[in-house]
Design a protein around this ligand. Structure first.
Ligand code: 1HN
Length: 349
């Protein structure tokens, strides 16, 4: 069947007129909406901690915590500045707090964690539990839990903040609330959840509230070190990631929070990883050592405390060319989200 064009409609003005009616022509957008491979909005990027640290110390001196609420340098991917994201769906920042300072209690629907970089003597109160921090500890603040930070030690304390707010904001599901006081009162013994769950395979069976996130406030570095020591050189691990351990939710063995998987990996001296790409976007933080990650053919030489963004579908491989020193990387990714939606793909290259 053929139709006769409406004489009142002219192609040369139709697109503008339709636009005003909230209408687009799919045939003009098909390639952009259905790319043959994931487009690179986030770019591979490297943040050199040695270059960031002076700015952190500067603002620690010149900006009060009351003014800042949280004194954080956001690590913004140059391809995603409009959403303050570090990679798709995920954010990383570096927070600094000084002795005697208190970061106001609040809560938000975003899930968050802290990975401790420098300092001693600070704690975060999460839902009434004071969780004390040491370098290498992973502290969880799952969505909608009250949390505030207090530093009663000496010297500045720095940590990496990881949040899923770019995802939460993109879904229009963001809520935020300030607590009625500056800080929460402790309502349970300090570090209670870590103490109760420390055994890993022996869960406290009287705890009934099993939400979507791990109930553990802190995964201490001492336990990570113990795991690496126990495995020692008895296993070579993955050809891509070396001796890679995932922090797990003790209730189900899955990721610590529904939107973020956290891992820590040891690259032994001389480790040359195999290249891989997958559809989970990843952020890496160098816990110790130095080495190189090749992302989409570009070499990123990293040192202790640096941060690296590896976007979805970027090929990457890790190398530790030291003859004597391990390299240890902490990482987090949006893998749980991508997998839950059936969108995970990976391939070795
Ligand atoms: C937040 O709550 C913290 O609690 C840090 O320390 C960084 C970035 C965006 C939104 C909330 C914190 C944050 C944040």
């Amino acid at each position: 069947m053929t139709t006769t064009p409406d004489p009142d409609v002219r192609t040369d003005t139709a697109y503008a007129e339709m636009d005003a009616l909230g209408v687009g022509a799919l045939w003009r957008h098909l390639g952009g909406l259905f790319p043959s491979e994931p487009p690179a909005r986030a770019i591979p990027y490297h943040w050199d901690y040695r270059r960031l640290r002076p700015y952190m110390l500067h603002f620690a001196d010149s900006l009060s915590i009351e003014e800042a609420q949280r004194r954080v340098l956001m690590l913004l991917n140059p391809g995603m500045r409009d959403t303050s994201a570090t990679v798709t769906g995920l954010y990383a920042g570096i927070q600094i707090i000084l002795p005697g300072e208190q970061a106001q209690a609040h809560r938000h629907s975003s899930n968050a964690f802290r990975y401790i970089i420098e300092g001693a003597g600070a704690y975060t109160t999460v839902s009434g539990e004071r969780v004390h921090m040491s370098p290498g500890d992973l502290l969880l603040t799952p969505g909608w839990r009250w949390h505030d930070h207090y530093h009663e030690g000496e010297g500045p304390m720095m940590w990496l903040d990881g949040l899923d707010f770019p995802l939460v904001n993109s879904l229009d599901t963001a809520f935020f609330e300030l607590y009625s006081d500056a800080a929460q009162k402790a309502s349970v013994p300090d570090d209670l959840s870590s103490l109760q769950f420390i055994h890993g395979r022996l869960n406290p069976s009287w705890i009934g509230d099993r939400g979507p996130s791990s109930p553990i406030g802190k995964y201490p570095w001492t336990e990570t070190a113990r795991a690496f020591e126990a495995i020692a050189d008895h296993a070579t691990g993955s050809e891509v990631d070396g001796i890679s351990l995932e922090y797990t939710n003790p209730w189900n063995g899955g990721p610590v929070m529904p939107t973020m998987a956290c891992r820590v990996q040891r690259l032994v001296p001389g480790f040359h990883g195999v290249a891989r790409r997958h559809t989970a976007a990843t952020i890496l933080h160098v816990v110790r050592g130095e080495g190189m990650t090749v992302v989409n053919g570009e070499e990123f030489h990293w040192h202790e405390k640096d941060v690296l963004a590896v976007p979805s579908w970027a090929s990457y491989r890790h190398l530790n060319d030291s003859r004597t020193e391990d390299a240890v990387l902490f990482s987090y990714s949006n893998e749980p989200v991508v997998k839950a939606l059936g969108l995970y793909r990976e391939e070795l290259l």
